[in-house]
Design a protein around this ligand. Sequence first.
Ligand code: ZN
Length: 407
Amino acid sequence: MTSCRGCTSDRLLLFLPLGNHPLANGFLAEDQLDQPEPRFPLDAYVCLDCGLIQVADQVPPGYFRHYVYIPSTSAQMHAHFEALAQVATRQFLPSPDDLTIDIGCNDGLFLSFLGDSGRRTLGIDPATNIAELARARGVEVVNEYFTSELAESIRSEHGPAAVVVTTNTFHHIGTLDPFTDGVTKLLADDGVFIVEVPSASEIVELNQFDGIYHEHVSQLTVKSFVDHLGRFGLEVFDVEQLPVHGGSLRVFARRRGDGPTVSRRSQELIDVETRLGLFSAETYDAFRSRVERLREQLVELLAGLEQEGMTVAGYGASARGNTLLNYCGIGPETLDFVVDRNPLKHGLFTPGMHIPVVPVERLLETQPDYVLVIAWNFADEIIAQLDDYRVRGGRFILPIPEPRVVS
Ligand code: ZN
């Protein structure tokens, strides 16, 4: 990589070479296990001007046409999107005719809350299988990749949008400029752009290296939003910090008026990022050392359990989990299986390490001694859900921010 995809600076630092990894959502069917599995270097860079953490875009074209992550399997995400719908309705959608467009609408969960209250909505998502799920909820979906040209045709057909939302999508975009250009074409003059993404500062502070994978080509700071959106005449006027996905940012932007280039709220948060060292190389050197230590500790802990004859299974066949498993080299000799609530993944094998993915019920049927909570970002929900397993003596291993056992 030679220049930052957000702000175009060339001050990029390669700080975390994670090795060669398969695509994190490239789950395999049994008959694919003996076929060659493409791997791509997972090298994390940071822009020392805006703090954008980035990996090269190596995801093949068409990859997001069939997708296996859906938020609806999590109760936490239901509550999250319901709350976002309330915020949008109260603050930015005074009339039922106001249009909300969700780019990367996934299975339509967010838009369904707006639709239920009589608001006009439109979803955009390239995944054919998932667009069908959204339509089943009654959400109108354009089943295409979002481009500047698509934005123009949507605007001429549906009119300008009062709100454009994109959750858990912006950091998947390899070339941000045409995407943001398209957003400006959709937005009404007084429209609001709301973006939610995992926060780069949480990743660095809390050792969340597993949030880095080929689909997550960018991890954003507030400064990177301000710099990038500013290049398209948009100003960030508010930012919230959210607990989902290990710590996320919800950014509110609108067309820049006559006020200052950087709003006061944005500047306060940029000052915090500066104090955290997100624009200095030493911070990332220290981060790499902590991640390497985490790997040693986790591998040692699991090897010790194996020597004691303990059985261990995993919870969460998540994309981020595959960075953790592949980087630490944790395979089926260590984890008998990985459970997941998403039925689209049952019967498949994790990319790279080839661990079978099975329904959650398997944990209660076989009662392994330990569960490695690979989806540690949902740990509270998972541990509460597995109360029967815990009461019978089952214990949990949380890998991040440092490996530890919870019983
Ligand atoms: Zn930058």
